[in-house]
Design a protein around this ligand. Structure first.
Ligand code: SAH
Ligand code: SF4
Length: 355
């Protein structure tokens, strides 16, 4: 049995032709899966009974299984999902007033080992497939009853952030394939402008990633110099700040209209001083990037020695950046009580797998 979710349009068409059917049938199947959100071939009523049977004999349309759910006081909704091999990741829905974002994972665990990140404390098990990445979003659509794909602007699922477990640029092929499916106009149809992909800074992959996906870029910077950054992000030794910012620069020279978001985690007495803010401003000016900041409150977790910066420190830091001409909003911490901050996913202890 072959999984249909996660195939590109071309691959789906090839499968259909293989069955001896006309290519336009692939379009119909695509729309059933990604526009109507059906879960079985039975429901594809404009296909002959015969063809539906043929499809059911050879293919599957599988969603990841929801194992547990947790809702935070602020309505952030975390779901632990299981794939067919028993591996698990989390998918988080973050509601906002008239819309909401789905935070998708790209790997089981993460090899980057950032010191402040709960996912980073778990080794990389494997990359997710395109089907598994798209499947996370489809589970969210199921849960909020947003099939057929809505076209109006006010909808529960309006945005995607690729900020869950894993480093997306280490699984670029599958991530790009998944994003192409999620953005296809005759299916799930989330606009590329409403998708942000966050990377810890795999410098040589930045330009290829944006060429392959066309989505917005966020870079987890978290420190104004290499000395500090290397202490919390081991990847900085391989791709220091200069390499990352040069890659950002060449991305913007291709398309100057695009802003890059720099995420900056506020860690108490580590990177939150006025000196750090000054250094950060100088760094940004040196590369003259079109940048904005996102100051992230640190979400503590058991076993991690960092503490969140004091609110007045965060405010002062933000004001310094804004005075220098950079937008620097302070991100509202979401889902803290259920450890659901993006980049901080997976349950407190790894749950036993169902056998
Ligand atoms: N691997 C990618 C995307 C996933 S992490 C990346 O690192 O960018 C998404 C974001 O969550 C990153 O900016 C990451 O630094 C941040 N993050 C990780 N641990 C966190 C924590 N404990 N509290 C708040 N944000 C955290
Ligand atoms: Fe991986 Fe991102 Fe966590 Fe670093 S912050 S360990 S890159 S998921």
């Amino acid at each position: 049995m072959k999984e249909l979710i996660g195939l590109s349009k071309e691959e789906l068409e090839a499968e259909v032709i293989n069955l001896g059917e006309k290519p336009f049938r692939a379009k119909q199947i695509w729309q059933w899966i990604y526009f109507q959100g059906v879960k079985s071939f039975e429901e594809m009523t404009n296909l002959s009974k015969d063809l539906r049977q043929k499809l059911a004999n050879s293919f599957t349309i599988t969603r990841p299984k929801v194992i547990t759910e947790q809702i935070s006081k602020d309505k952030t909704h975390k779901r632990l999902l299981e794939f067919t091999d028993g591996e698990r990741v989390e998918m988080v829905y973050i509601p906002e007033e008239d819309r909401g974002a789905v935070c998708l994972s790209t790997q089981v665990g993460c090899a980057m080992g950032c010191k402040f990140c709960h996912t980073g404390s778990q080794k990389l098990t494997r990359n997710l497939t395109a089907a598994e990445i798209v499947g996370q979003f489809m589970v969210a659509r199921d849960a909020y009853h947003e099939w057929p794909s809505p076209t109006h602007e006010t909808r529960y699922l309006s945005n995607i952030v690729v900020m869950g477990m894993g480093e997306p640029l280490q699984n670029l092929e599958n991530v790009a394939k998944a994003l192409n499916i999620l953005t296809a106009g005759d299916g799930i149809a989330i606009s590329r402008r409403r998708i942000t992909m966050s990377t810890s800074g795999i410098a040589p992959q930045i330009v290829p990633a944006l060429k392959a996906t066309g989505v917005r870029l966020a870079v987890s910077l978290h420190a104004p110099n290499n000395e500090l950054r290397s202490q919390i992000m081991p990847i900085n030794k391989r791709y220091p700040i200069e390499k990352v910012l040069e890659a950002c620069k060449s991305y913007q020279s291709d398309d100057g209209s695009r802003y890059i978001t720099f995420e900056y985690l506020m860690l108490k007495d580590f990177n939150d001083t006025p000196e750090c803010a000054k250094e950060l401003i100088a760094l940004m000016k040196k590369y003259s990037l079109r940048a904005l900041f996102n100051l992230i409150p640190f979400n503590p977790w058991p076993g991690c020695s960092f503490e969140p910066s004091l609110p007045e420190k965060v405010k002062a830091f933000s004001q310094m950046l804004e005075k220098a001409g950079f937008a620097a909003p302070i991100r509202v911490a979401r889902g803290q009580d259920i450890l659901a901050a993006c980049g901080q996913l997976k349950s407190k202890t790894t749950l036993p797998k169902s056998s």
